[in-house]
Write a protein that binds this ligand. Structure first.
Ligand SMILES: Cc1ncc(COP(=O)(O)O)c(C=O)c1O
Length: 363
């Protein structure tokens, strides 16, 4: 079996896979309603929220689009806090729907700075919403969302958060941090296959929703809410992924959120220590290195493509490279969801063998 260590999709436990194989049921029937209600309640615990949480049949990007079209109008000014590929994507979606995006960019590999957010909000009082990526998967950086959120709330702005690759693995407290829309995806830390985006919606987001004029249909939160009251989703959901989530979320609550967060911290540390012990350097500034994905800089003759090939063909380990301008410059190890320190030690041992075969002259 391949050892899939990319930052999503992630491996699923056997019980989760078995749940995926169950026969279809009526998505407008009582049984599905009970499952949907249970899944939603469990998600609320893991999002640390008492507000609404919806399941949308989509990958994470659909959830990001939902966050924007449900709360904003064309020409609204939006501050985009970005330090990687996914921060840029969130901004692009807002632009496509004709928001006026004011970019606040940080060097890739560095964390976003809350003071810079404060300066940007001071400079443009008409900003309506702030877009932030919690865990920038493309660079392996976790932004200090609690600090950024406290600044955004000083200005009483709407805060839309891409928490796709961090939520459920790294601490994120939706209610305590006053996050207005928070988005994640089933294939990340949730130990389930792709297919469902999960979003939380605060009271402030509902207020914005009632005035928002961007076109929306499939993503309409009002529809999601009124159907959820009947134990349904407005449109046919990815039923198998919901079955999977009902099992994986049960496993997560059994382990306990605090324990899951600690495990990811240990695993993240093992990944960082491991790559450094091989003579490689981290791409992300270490103070903000992610506990779900480690980005490693190529150096000393390392041919990343060749290294990924050797790992795949000779060790059955799947890592991934850099995206966009980071292609050929970094590789990434995913360690979220169903993962232990042992899994990461296996990756590090294989890297030790594969690196010299891929031209690496360090160490
Ligand atoms: C931080 C972040 N945002 C957005 C996405 C896009 O999610 P999806 O591929 O599920 O649409 C990802 C997926 O890798 C991600 O890690």
């Amino acid at each position: 079996m391949e050892n899939l260590r990319i930052p999503g999709p992630t491996p699923c436990p056997t019980d989760v896979l078995q749940a995926m194989g169950k026969q279809m049921i009526n998505h407008r029937g009582e049984e599905f309603g009970q499952i949907l209600n249970r899944v939603t309640d469990k998600l609320k615990q893991l999002f640390q929220t008492k507000e609404d949480v919806f399941l949308l049949t989509a990958s994470g990007t659909g959830g990001l689009e939902a966050a924007i079209v449900n709360t904003l109008s064309p020409e609204d000014k939006v501050l985009s806090v970005s330090n990687g590929v996914f921060g840029e994507r969130f901004a692009t979606i807002a632009e496509q729907f004709r928001a006026e995006v004011i970019p606040l960019r940080f060097e890739w590999g560095k964390a976003a700075d809350a003071d810079a957010v404060r300066r940007a909000l001071n400079a443009e009082p008409k900003i309506k919403a702030v877009l932030v990526t919690h865990n920038e998967t493309s660079t392996g950086v976790t932004n200090d969302l609690a600090s950024i959120s406290s600044v955004v709330k000083e200005f009483d702005k709407l805060l839309l958060v891409d928490a796709i690759s961090g939520l459920g693995s790294i601490n994120l407290a939706v209610d305590d941090w006053h996050l207005d829309v928070t988005v994640t995806g089933s294939q990340k830390g949730w130990m389930a296959p792709p297919g469902i985006a999960m979003v939380s919606v605060s009271q402030k987001a509902w207020q914005a929703h009632s005035n928002a004029r961007m076109p929306r249909f499939y993503w309409d939160f009002s529809q999601a809410k009124s159907y959820l009251e009947k134990g349904q989703t407005p449109w046919t959901p990815a039923i198998s992924t919901v079955f999977a989530l009902s099992v994986s979320l049960e496993m997560m609550l059994k382990e306990g959120l605090a324990n899951i967060i600690t495990r990811h911290a240990r695993v993240g540390q093992a990944a960082r220590d491991g790559v450094k012990s091989l003579g490689l350097s981290l791409f992300a500034e270490e103070s903000h290195a992610s506990n779900t994905v480690t980005a490693v800089a190529a150096s000393d003759g390392l041919d990343i493509k060749q290294m990924l090939k050797v790992l795949r063909e000779e060790h059955e380990i799947i890592l991934t490279g850099g995206q966009q301008t980071l292609a050929g410059k970094i590789f990434r190890i995913g360690h979220l969801g169903w993962v232990t320190e042992g899994d990461i030690k296996t990756v590090i041992s294989a890297l030790k063998v594969a690196l010299p075969q891929a031209g690496f002259r360090g160490a």
